[in-house]
Design a binder for this molecule. Structure first.
Ligand SMILES: Cc1ncc(COP(=O)(O)O)c(C=O)c1O
Length: 453
């Protein structure tokens, strides 16, 4: 598999990796490393794919981008220009969305422990929907609705009790979860009465999100069957046919060359069919159906560029390649053993030259490229042994000064970045068909102490 087959925005010219038509080496020189590079072209293509596979294909549908995956003002503007709404999960994400000019009606506000201030901010801002999962919040929203003379549009996040096939830290749909309302009949009535009897709440329906980075649709379908039964039960018990159904996100992306490339249709087509048949059987109208993809839109649109700073071989054990970033810009490997693919952007021709164009990281590549592409372990610069970005990847003779490009870092990297060890967070550069521009500047040392009083 060539690198372009793995990621359509990537291409090798000579020995140099190009991303979205821009030389990765030029970007590293111009903006410094570590550097988040985001292909606006890919983001817009992914939004277009959501439109054609879902919004244009099925009437009465909506798609909101789960901005926790990667939220910048530019990103908010790009996805809304492309016809998506925005899912936010904190006052800070709401603030940025509004600052970017996102229409409040297009915003869905999530969170399992929203503060009173956040609820007040969301109601005052007239966000489109607030997704609630506890009775304290329902009481508070009713109070705020009365205070501001508004009807607050509310959905319930429910826990379908489905274990999704993903890392347990990003699995959210099982019964033992901090997210969502359990469907146990002993508690269901309290929740339903609270929201249906409230005079300042407009209950719109149910939401579920079962987990992230899913490579099969079984868990989505299993959860949906359970929620559709709930919708039918609520319709018969309370005479209320919920007009909306929110299916969450979770569509998986490619981190490694062996991962499947899944279209949104793989997830949404069978779900739409199930909703249609179930509503038909229950004699209730088709609801407005919303999806909330985050990772699927931004994950493969991003790469991170690092400079190799050290190469250390421990005879008979392993070779450590130390780069100038690490768990501060990408916590995912340390947090849930996430795997990544990478290559040396200034020696990219060598990985491509391996028979079959096998990307580094595969045993084929290491065998083909011989000693020059031995397996190494890429580590960050933080004072944590667990600061390992990639374990056992074949890189051709890495040397200090080389530029390492790590793929599929668009989602949950920048948004989860920290300042551990007082490391400034990297800049974000947007590329678009051969052009590039700074979107978020690199943090400075001054930024690091700016909040101290
Ligand atoms: C409620 C909700 N919706 C959508 C998403 C987006 O998930 P993904 O990025 O896997 O599509 C998440 C992620 O945690 C979520 O909690």
């Amino acid at each position: 598999m060539s690198i372009a087959d793995f990621n359509p925005a990537a291409e090798v010219r000579g020995d140099t990796l190009y991303f979205d038509g821009v030389s990765a080496i030029e970007l590293a020189k111009r903006y410094g490393t570590p550097l988040y590079v985001v292909s606006e072209t890919t983001v817009r293509r992914r939004c277009a794919a959501i439109r054609s596979a879902f919004l244009d294909k099925y009437p009465n549908t909506a798609a909101v981008y789960a901005s926790k995956a990667f939220q910048t003002l530019d990103m908010c503007r790009i996805v809304t220009e492309e016809g998506l709404g925005l899912d936010v999960v904190s006052g800070g994400e709401l603030y940025a969305a509004l600052k970017a000019g996102v229409a409040p009606a297009k915003i869905i506000f999530h969170g399992n422990a929203k503060s009173a201030d956040e609820l007040d901010y969301a109601v005052r801002s007239d966000v489109g929907r607030i997704v609630s999962d506890n009775l304290f919040e329902i009481a508070e929203l009713e109070r705020l609705g009365a205070l501001y003379g508004k009807k607050v549009r509310v959905l319930y996040r429910v826990t379908p009790g489905v274990d999704s096939h993903t890392h347990r830290f990003i699995s959210t749909g099982s019964l033992d979860s901090k997210f969502g309302i359990p469907l146990d009949p002993s508690v269901r009535d309290d929740y339903m009465r609270a929201v249906l009897d409230a005079s300042h709440l407009d209950f719109r329906g149910f939401h579920f999100h079962i987990g992230s980075q899913l490579h099969d649709n079984f868990s989505h379908l299993a959860a949906l069957r359970i929620i559709l039964k709930l919708v039918a039960d609520v319709a018969s018990a309370y005479g209320y046919a919920a007009p909306e159904l929110n299916l969450g996100g979770g569509f998986g992306v490619r981190y490694l060359p062996g991962d499947p490339a899944l279209d949104p249709g793989y997830f949404v087509d069978p779900m739409m069919e199930l909703i249609r048949s179930s509503c038909g059987e229950a004699g209730i109208p088709m609801p407005l159906v919303t999806i909330e993809p985050g990772r699927w839109i931004i994950g493969e649109a991003g790469i991170t560029l690092y400079t190799v700073r050290s190469v250390k071989t421990i005879p008979g054990i392993r070779t450590y390649v130390g780069v100038d970033g690490g768990m501060t810009d990408n916590i995912r490997p340390a947090l849930y053993e996430a795997k990544y693919h990478a290559l040396l952007a200034n020696k990219a021709g060598e990985a491509e030259a391996a028979p079959g164009g096998a990307p580094s990281g595969s045993p084929v590549a290491s065998a083909a490229a011989g000693a020059a592409a031995a397996l190494v372990t890429v580590v960050g610069k933080c004072c944590e042994t667990g600061d390992v970005l990639i374990r056992d990847i074949a890189l051709p003779d890495p040397r200090p000064g080389d530029t390492l490009a790590v793929f599929s870092t668009g989602a949950y990297n920048h948004s989860m970045a920290s300042n551990y060890n007082r490391i400034p967070r990297p800049a974000v550069v947007l590329t678009r068909a051969g052009t590039h521009r700074l979107s978020v500047r690199r943090e400075t040392y001054e930024d690091l102490v700016a909040r101290e009083v």
